[in-house]
Unconditional design. Structure first.
Length: 130
């Protein structure tokens, strides 16, 4: 659950970055076509931007992880290990509950059978007294 949410968030971030890259390239191409900068200058600008982003990639990723962790804590969502433990615990309790339900059903059948036998016994005792 959390892994899926994290993956979707990362995917969204990548899509935003990809969109920004395309916009940057489009803007540079526009400036080149208008003669405001040369093709070489445009290439250097794009390289500088990507170089800067690449240098700070780990910082961005760590900040992003910290933000996601903070959100998870605020929402009080269980971490993957905790979630797995809870899921195993619930399954175990479901099995135990099923066994208890069967045992209760068997006891009810026994009690019903005993009550029926007791009724028959009372009837036969009444008949023999007459």
């Amino acid at each position: 659950m959390i892994d899926q949410m994290f993956r979707k968030t990362i995917q969204t971030a990548v899509e935003i970055i990809a969109g920004s890259s395309e916009k940057l390239q489009s803007k540079i191409d526009e400036m080149i076509s208008k003669g405001k900068i040369s093709a070489e200058e445009g290439r250097k600008i794009v390289e500088e931007v990507f170089s800067t982003v690449g240098q700070h990639k780990e910082d961005y990723e760590q900040k992003f992880r910290n933000m996601v962790d903070a959100v998870i804590q605020k929402l009080n969502l269980p971490q993957s290990e905790s979630y797995d433990k809870l899921e195993r615990r619930v399954k175990s309790l479901e099995v135990k509950l099923g066994l208890l339900a069967k045992e209760l059903d068997n006891r009810n059948k026994i009690y019903a059978k005993e009550a029926e036998e007791e009724k028959k016994e009372k009837k036969s005792t009444r008949k023999s007294k007459k």
